[in-house]
Unconditional design. Structure first.
Length: 256
């Protein structure tokens, strides 16, 4: 009988220990759940920041292509545009805000900051929803913040045009003809004078023709040779409907 009373006494003393252990394990599980919930909120914020930064950079890339195309069409300088510079940020940061909202966040702090050399966009966002209620006090008002940077990198470089080649007989044939012409002038000066008058009239007509030729030459623009990621690319200014896409001229990627 005494032994039985001792066993019952031991079981009664161990029961509170079991309850305490179970409660501790339950609290630990809830704490891990809170950590996971905070991590999910943080990951959501980072996704929103990445999307916003990429959206800003892609919008800027599209503006570069448009400016590059217009510069070639107008015959203006386009070197800076090909190198990823030469225009303002435009609506790029507005696109960043829109994409951040689509992913449950808003621009915060410095927001959207353009950078140059190379051109980049650094975006900071804050999640719209907090972590929520957990066993850890204060999480119901905690929002996640994240930062991402996207860079616009040129893919192409302009190739230098080849220098004009000079033939071995350049400048010689003309001199020989000039000598013969001089001999002919000596034979008949009077006749040459009459011919000179006629030549003047012809020269006037030639001048008119030259004017027309100049107008035609204005629209005749030479092709532009580029080297893009190791491949040759030629842009024909007379066929701008075949102008390359923005992604063929510039790359956009996230940076650390």
């Amino acid at each position: 009988m005494t032994a039985r009373r001792d066993l019952r006494s031991d079981a009664g003393q161990a029961f509170p220990i079991y309850i305490t252990a179970v409660a501790a394990l339950l609290f630990l599980a809830l704490a891990l759940f809170a950590v996971g919930q905070a991590g999910a909120t943080r990951n959501g914020g980072q996704t929103a920041a990445d999307a916003a930064a990429l959206a800003a950079a892609q919008d800027y890339r599209d503006q570069l292509r448009k400016g590059f195309l217009e510069a070639i069409a107008n015959g203006s300088v386009w070197d800076d545009l090909l190198n990823g510079r030469g225009i303002g940020a435009g609506d790029a940061c507005e696109r960043a805000q829109w994409f951040a909202q689509q992913n449950g966040a808003d621009l915060t702090g410095p927001g959207c900051v353009p950078g140059y050399l190379p051109t980049s966009f650094t975006v900071t966002v804050r999640t719209q929803k907090p972590v929520g209620k957990t066993v850890i006090p204060g999480t119901e008002t905690k929002h996640a913040t994240a930062t991402a940077k996207a860079v616009v990198t040129p893919r192409c470089t302009a190739e230098q045009p080849a220098p004009p080649t000079k033939g071995p007989d350049d400048g010689q044939g003309g001199g020989g003809q000039g000598g013969d012409g001089g001999k002919g002038d000596g034979d008949g000066g009077k006749d040459d004078g009459d011919d000179g008058k006629d030549d003047g009239d012809d020269g006037k007509d030639d001048g008119d023709d030259g004017k027309d030729d100049g107008d035609d030459g204005k629209d005749d623009k030479p092709p532009i040779d580029l080297r893009c990621d190791g491949l040759d690319l030629t842009i024909d200014p007379t066929r701008l409907d075949l102008f390359p896409d923005a992604k063929d001229l510039f790359s956009v990627h996230l940076a650390d």
